[in-house]
Write a protein that binds this ligand. Sequence first.
Ligand SMILES: NC(=O)c1ccc[n+]([C@@H]2O[C@H](COP(=O)([O-])OP(=O)(O)OC[C@H]3O[C@@H](n4cnc5c(N)ncnc54)[C@H](O)[C@@H]3O)[C@@H](O)[C@H]2O)c1
Length: 266
Amino acid sequence: MAFKVEGKIALITGAAAGIGLQYANELLKHGLKGVTIVDFDAKKGAETVQKLNNQYGRKVAIFIQTDVTKTAELKHAFGEANDTWKSLDIVINNAGVMKDSAWEMEVALNCNAVTTGSLLALEYMGKHNGGKGGIVVNIASILGLQELSGCPIYVGTKHFVLGMTRSFGQPYFYNMTGVKFLTMCPGVTNTPLISDASKFALGNFEGLGELLAKELASLPDQEPENVARGMYTLITRGENGSVWVCEGGKPIYEVEIPDRRTLKKN
Ligand SMILES: NC(=O)c1ccc[n+]([C@@H]2O[C@H](COP(=O)([O-])OP(=O)(O)OC[C@H]3O[C@@H](n4cnc5c(N)ncnc54)[C@H](O)[C@@H]3O)[C@@H](O)[C@H]2O)c1
């Protein structure tokens, strides 16, 4: 059965700007009742929330300044969001960076914070804990489905997101919690993450930044609004555990990950 966005409450990390902001916009367009914007950029977060509330003429968004890599801060954000809206239905763990030059921070954000966000989503929405179920969308990338020389550690973090989200998307968890886990894999999307990427390649490898820029430029690009349209399709139609790609300005599509036993080389 299709999931209805109308009247629901969402929490989105990294949504003060970039693709995350467009997720908020798109879901509100489809009747979302309220969204919590969780981001560490205080200025952009406040501006975004003011803009959304003015646009809809009522309180549809709140901002909670949070560094999602700090577990205590992310916990506090979930608590504040719950106190405000008294409900939670959709969590999008979106905040992420492509910055192999600061790989420990990159892993903390792309892996650890997505893990913390997934566990908090289960705590607040899981039926095993008195909740009513819901949806978690974790943001991987097409680079969770392929290799790329220019940013090997980023690629690793996005494979992590895919593996963890698919595993939480198994029936054991769903039957207990009523929470669906979905993976979104955007292709190259025009945000600062891409325009700045070559400055943040791993150090000490001559030409790696240029190679990364070339590799990214060879992939079809798109605007954040297209990924946001895909997010609406994913949330309303995605089966638990499914993985979807949104690339090149085209409609989102589901991918099938081959069983490893079919991958044997000889
Ligand atoms: N842009 C792309 O081509 C692309 C492609 C595939 C996947 N993605 C993924 O999509 C997600 C969003 O990317 P984007 O392009 O919109 O990035 P972006 O850099 O435009 O926006 C990221 C947002 O996250 C926030 N943020 C960063 N670190 C944070 C932290 N520690 N705590 C809280 N907020 C923090 C930033 O303030 C910003 O608002 C990321 O997970 C990224 O890996 C992006």
